[in-house]
Design a protein around this ligand. Structure first.
Ligand code: ATP
Ligand code: MG
Length: 360
């Protein structure tokens, strides 16, 4: 899929912008603070409903404005173009598909945008929440029942946590929610495991292209609880501890994963640049798996590709991107030397104070 049109209003410093994009490589250059990352943030919002910068929802709205709007016209291989929109109005988020209001899950199902940015090393070295998000975005796009199962689990978790904190503790209700949580955990964990099984060969290939010096990669998945026994048994054993803490200590909401290599058997063995390249390998593996399943590539945003990556590894990153049929949105303060002299055409844009000019 590719974004033909991206229209942005009142997002960060961008007041109003109407961009026509090429289906191939779109390169945005401009000074610090010009608005390059904000452009990728806008595209990412359409697919994730939040920013990759982890800011609160209202930090995105341009200062002094009432809220932002992002609209995209998405060309698809399998259907006629789809119009996708997200807006923040009066402290609420509204999402639209073909101009009709839809739940956010509907918007996300139609729009696939992956971004790699200077904070992406957090996928490897940061908190587990980011890794669960990565995982669940992937599972959501390949397993249609995932969202419903995930919501069922979240509901049971909320109920159980409320009960843990309540002063009138009722063991029977607790046992019932333990059971419900355990039942809801099963399909989630199966889907997550199956996703990693499918991702592993793609990760093997992208790591080989980017980080062959580290040897074979392996994904280690931790489901968030000891999967050898039913979760409700474990919850019953941990009930007193959970009550003291006021929340549920085990379950798929605590799931995590890591990538280890022959030459780096623990994530702490990776240098900062290697963490970034490993995160990029994971992102590109996810893009390839998506393309395999959906029959079309997600849009790929690359913010400041050169940051902390040496020239040889930049070249490898661009080689990996060049093997895709994806629309690429890439930013940098300077044009990347490694980008010139390649086969694919580049559409160049200059970004300045939230305004974008197409060059050539
Ligand atoms: N809510 C907001 N309202 C108005 N301006 C904002 C808001 N949030 C951020 N900004 C401004 O928008 C600009 C952010 O732009 P952005 O991060 O997209 O820049 P960039 O071109 O990616 O820069 P860099 O090269 O430093 O990464 C900054 O000048 C910042 O001060
Ligand atoms: Mg930036």
């Amino acid at each position: 899929m590719h974004l033909r049109h991206l229209r942005i209003e009142n997002l960060r410093l961008i007041e109003a912008l109407d961009l026509e994009l090429s289906p191939g490589w779109n390169v945005f250059t401009g000074a610090n603070g010009a608005g390059k990352t904000s452009l990728l943030e806008a595209a990412f919002l359409l697919s994730h409903g939040r920013s990759f910068r982890g800011a609160g929802r209202d930090a995105l709205s341009r200062l002094g404005s009432g809220g932002y709007t992002v609209y995209g016209e998405l060309a698809k291989r399998s259907s006629s173009p789809v119009h996708v929109g997200i807006a923040r109005v009066g402290g609420r988020t509204e999402t639209r598909l073909n101009r009709e209001p839809v739940p956010i899950g509907e918007l996300m199902r139609h729009t696939a945008v992956l971004c790699f940015e200077p904070g992406s090393h957090e996928l490897i070295a940061g908190p587990s929440e980011g890794r669960r998000r990565f995982l669940d975005w992937g599972v959501f796009h390949v397993e249609h029942s995932f969202l419903a199962e995930w919501r069922r689990y979240q509901r049971a978790l909320r109920q159980r946590n409320a009960l843990l904190r309540s002063t009138s503790f009722d063991p029977d209700s607790m046992a019932a929610w333990d059971r419900e949580l355990s039942l809801a955990a099963e399909p989630l964990t199966l889907m997550r495991r199956a996703y990693f099984d499918a991702l592993q060969p793609h990760l093997g290939a992208t790591s080989h292209e980017l980080l062959s010096e580290l040897g074979e990669p392996r994904i280690q998945f931790q489901p968030g609880f000891d999967a050898d026994r039913p979760l409700d048994e474990l919850l019953a054993v941990q009930r007193d501890r959970d009550r003291a803490r006021g929340h549920t200590g085990s379950g798929p909401h605590r799931a995590d994963w890591s990538v280890v290599f022959e030459a780096a058997p623990r994530r702490e063995h990776l240098s900062r640049g290697q963490e970034k390249l490993c995160a990029f390998a994971c992102t590109m593996a996810q893009a390839r798996l998506y393309a395999d399943r959906a029959g079309e590539w997600p849009v790929i945003g690359i913010d400041d590709l050169a940051a902390e990556v040496d020239a040889e590894h930049q070249r490898r990153m661009l080689d990996v991107l060049a093997t895709t049929g994806a629309q690429i949105l890439v930013t940098g303060t300077e044009p990347l030397p490694a980008l010139s002299g390649r086969d694919h055409a580049l559409t160049m844009f200059h970004v300045e104070q939230g305004r974008v000019t197409r060059l050539l």
